[in-house]
Unconditional design. Structure first.
Length: 351
């Protein structure tokens, strides 16, 4: 018996009020446990071959992936692939395991289709993530989102990033250097030119000594950067050989979302405009050889198609999956195929 994602979608939508009664982190683990049980029976959505492309140096069967933070430890790659994702970023992974911030550390704002999180890079550490990844089939490209341990000083941050990259190189199809989470104190400072250059070159140098195939490097940036900062980042990326920039991570500008006294990074619909503006600027600043990968406020198939039409080569979802449900990729592929037929997006360019 085959279970279509449509059946899952109907069940998810019906049960969503129940999930939304649960504390968000518990609901996430509960849902993943359920998905793991039904995964072998799910008939994953299939994409038209015309949607194939290379993104940031990695061959993808279509442009829709899962953003970092959903599978922090790389335990569920094979399961999440059943929902039709073309690629996944696992992590953020730090060299040593760390517990992250105390709970509660994630909140829903359903009326705003938003999440606020201050997870703080909770993960099992590079050795454990490598073990989890090596145990699985990995039917789709896996990017490892890398961070530094909370107690590593900025002066040694580059070494943390390089250590994770070198450890996980055998199981990674690409790496995303994450200097944009608002939940590790001072991390966003590392987006400044000198720090960033040092991190990217240290990672590249470490990987150059790796005996196997060297995974390409992506960078993930914040939506809260000034024009000047974006210009510096674009030129550092070109110099350091970064192949794609993921724009963007969560914002610390909460607007009308009533976060009360809580702090963290805001994701979902309220981030849509801010992230889209950063992508537009970045696309203009970067040469065509560096891809922009959209993240931030992509809540439904229309948002994703618009991001791709706006010049992003691929798109990653997170909060959209929570609010829309498991058919998000399948529905997006249907819309993309229409857009392709009508010439609104490019077909298999540089595959
Ligand atoms: C609970 C949670 C944890 C996250 N953890 C990470 C992370 O470890 N590394 C990272 O680069 N981004 C992380 N993110 C950011 C997402 O990958 C994504 O870039 C952001 O949520 C914006 O996209 P969205 O509006 O589609 O959710 C996290 C987001 C959430 C909600």
């Amino acid at each position: 018996m085959r279970l279509s994602v449509e059946v899952l979608q109907r069940a998810y939508r019906r049960l969503r009020p129940l999930w939304f009664q649960m504390e968000p982190e518990r609901a996430h683990h509960f849902n993943m446990a359920l998905l793991k049980i039904v995964a072998p029976w799910i008939g994953a959505p299939v994409a038209s071959p015309w949607l194939r492309r290379k993104v940031g140096g990695v061959a993808m069967v279509h442009p829709v992936g899962l953003a970092a933070g959903f599978d922090k430890n790389g335990r569920w790659v094979d399961v999440l692939a059943r929902l039709g994702f073309a690629f996944i970023e696992v992590g953020a992974v730090t060299p040593r395991p760390q517990p992250g911030n105390p709970r509660p550390r994630m909140w829903r704002f359903s009326q705003h289709q938003a999440l606020l999180n201050r997870m703080g890079f909770n993960n099992e550490g590079a050795d454990a993530v490598l073990r989890h990844l090596e145990k699985q089939q990995r039917p789709i490209p896996v990017g490892v989102n890398i961070g530094k341990n909370k107690d590593t000083p900025h002066s040694r941050a580059a070494e943390d990033y390089a250590a994770v990259a070198l450890r996980l190189a055998p199981a990674a199809d690409f790496f995303t250097v994450n200097v944009s989470s608002p939940n590790t104190p001072g991390l966003r400072e590392l987006q400044k030119g000198d720090f960033l250059t040092r991190i990217l070159t240290t990672v590249q140098e470490a990987l150059a000594g790796y005996a196997g195939r060297v995974p390409p490097l992506w960078l993930k940036i914040s939506p809260d950067l000034s024009e000047k900062e974006l210009e510096v980042i674009a030129s550092v990326c070109v110099e350091a050989g970064v192949r794609a920039v993921v724009a963007t991570n969560t914002t610390v500008h909460y607007g009308v979302v009533p976060v009360g006294g809580r702090s963290g990074g805001l994701s979902g619909a309220p981030l849509r405009g801010r992230a889209a503006r950063v992508r537009k600027r970045l696309r203009a600043l970067l040469p065509a050889s560096v891809d922009v990968v959209a993240s931030g406020g992509l809540m439904n198939p229309v948002d994703i198609v618009q991001a791709l039409q706006g010049g992003s080569r691929a798109a990653e979802v997170f909060t959209g999956l929570v609010y829309y449900g498991p058919a998000l990729v399948g529905h997006t592929l249907a819309l993309l195929e229409n857009a392709l037929k009508e010439g609104r997006i490019e077909g298999a360019g540089n595959p």
